[in-house]
Ligand binder design. Structure first.
Ligand SMILES: *[C@@H]1O[C@H](CO)[C@@H](O)[C@H](O)[C@H]1NC(C)=O
Ligand SMILES: *[C@@H]1O[C@H](CO)[C@@H](O)[C@H](O)[C@H]1NC(C)=O
Ligand SMILES: *[C@@H]1O[C@H](CO)[C@@H](O)[C@H](O)[C@H]1NC(C)=O
Length: 415
């Protein structure tokens, strides 16, 4: 996104102080069947069916409390359990699925649609929150959809042009989770980000479909922050902002076979805006396609960073670009506001960054832009073939890049 307000940092602090648990507040008329470890069997596992907890799934009834009650029962059971949300449309406000759980593993199985309330006064910084859970699988069947109903709230989003703005709720936030798999789910029309991973470890996202209009503000597909061991694969993201963004404090990120477009493309950053940001290290991104995006692979760091940090050990390989405005771009002078001071170079050091086998077309003449603050260290371009169909062909622009070129190069490397 063009603006990265410290929203997730703030939420995290709040929850550490008070980690739990809206669930306690839910009064429940639990039937005997629900009190047994098993209310039914699904694939041989104990299953808690949201409908047994009062969820209507009829598109208008507010099912927030019912889903949280069903989660509470599943989370509190021993063994391997499933929370089943059968076919239907579940209209819900802010909903928290929090641990820690007694269950050794939980599957959250969505067979219908979760549809967000539209009254923004109900929301904090996110809509559906999975937090403090270990060994969670969130999965869909029969076209499972998470519908943020964002269109009604996009006009209230001032963040694209106002520095201190109130952020809208992210559709699905995973915070302080460990060993989580998210797969076979569609997210549409988030109010703000679609999916965010915060302070989480060992997360796998597979076969996710993300859709929002090209002009929807800050609808980033998947944002990663202060998380380690993240795999994203076989995913399709069409949205109004970044496809995938990797924020500060992230390590060991592996992204493969993701389609982006339309949207702003894949981004590391923006980094270096706030005090004491963590490093971003060991990022492997491969086999992505970008169609009609603003950027292909971008690393962006703010000027005037208050503290120093490192962004290092990154490999971007086997990328196909089709009509991408900036297929390869490092921008260490990132500042989207008119009042930027241009006083100091970015405090983020870029080190050991390779772009390898990047092919296709650029929709602007400058296909490779390497704008480093303090000189970049160890930027390598290997086998790059990016054509511009307009007059003059494609070109490169560099500042303090000190790049090394290996193999085929089109455009011509910077002098
Ligand atoms: C619980 O449900 C039963 C059967 O639907 C009903 O008769 C009873 O009044 C309910 N109790 C409470 C506390 O809601
Ligand atoms: C959905 O269920 C609620 C509660 O039972 C009911 O009041 C409402 O009329 C239902 N809506 C539809 C569209 O069936
Ligand atoms: C990625 O693409 C390359 C060719 O571009 C192919 O050889 C390789 O098997 C692919 N790898 C993955 C992990 O998809």
């Amino acid at each position: 996104m063009e603006v990265w307000p410290p929203l997730l940092v703030v939420i995290f602090t709040l929850y550490v102080v008070s980690p739990c648990c809206g669930l306690e507040a839910v009064a429940k008329n639990v039937t005997v069947a629900q009190l047994l470890p098993i209310s039914s069997y699904h694939g041989g596992l104990a299953t808690y069916n949201a409908k047994n907890f009062g969820a209507e799934g009829n598109g208008t009834n507010d099912d927030t409390k019912a889903l949280m009650a069903a989660w509470k029962a599943a989370c509190g059971a021993y063994g391997t359990v499933t929370l089943l949300i059968p076919p239907g449309t579940y209209y819900i406000g802010p909903t928290k699925f929090h641990g820690p759980c007694k269950a050794s593993a939980i599957t959250f199985l969505l067979q219908g649609t979760l549809k967000a309330a539209t009254d923004l006064r109900r929301f904090g910084n996110d809509w559906i929150e999975f937090g403090w859970v270990k060994d969670l699988t969130v999965t869909g069947q029969n076209n499972a959809i998470i519908n943020g109903q964002g269109a009604a709230s996009w006009p209230f989003n001032k963040c694209p042009f106002q520095k201190d703005c109130k952020v809208l709720p992210t559709s699905v936030l995973f915070v302080n989770n460990q060993n989580t798999v998210v797969r076979d789910i569609t997210s549409v029309n988030s109010k703000f980000f679609h999916i965010a991973l915060l302070q989480s470890k060992n997360m796998k996202l597979i076969n996710i479909q993300i859709n929002a209009p090209e002009n929807s503000p800050n609808t980033d597909g998947i944002h990663i922050e202060r998380s380690t061991g993240v795999v994203i694969s076989d995913t399709h993201i069409s949205t109004g902002d970044d496809c995938i963004s990797i924020g500060q404090g992230s390590d060991n990120i592996d992204i493969a076979r993701v389609h982006c477009g339309p949207g702003h493309g894949m981004s590391v950053g923006s980094l270096g805006r706030y005090v004491d940001e963590g490093d971003v290290t060991r990022v492997h991104v491969r086999n992505m396609t970008f169609v009609g995006t603003m950027n292909g692979v971008r690393i962006k760091t703010w000027e005037n960073s208050p503290t120093k940090s490192l962004a290092a050990h990154m490999l971007f390989e086997n990328m196909i670009m089709k009509d991408v405005q900036n297929p390869i771009i490092i921008d260490q002078k990132y500042c989207p506001y008119y009042d930027c001071e241009h006083k100091h170079v970015s405090g983020v050091t870029l080190k050991d960054i390779t772009f390898k086998n990047i092919k296709g077309t650029s929709s602007t003449p400058v296909a490779v832009r390497l704008r480093c603050g303090v000189p970049c260290q160890g930027v390598v371009l290997q086998d790059v073939d990016l054509k511009y169909m307009g007059e003059g062909g494609s070109s490169s622009k560099c500042e303090n890049a000190m790049a090394t070129y290996v193999g085929y190069q089109h455009p011509e490397p910077c002098a």
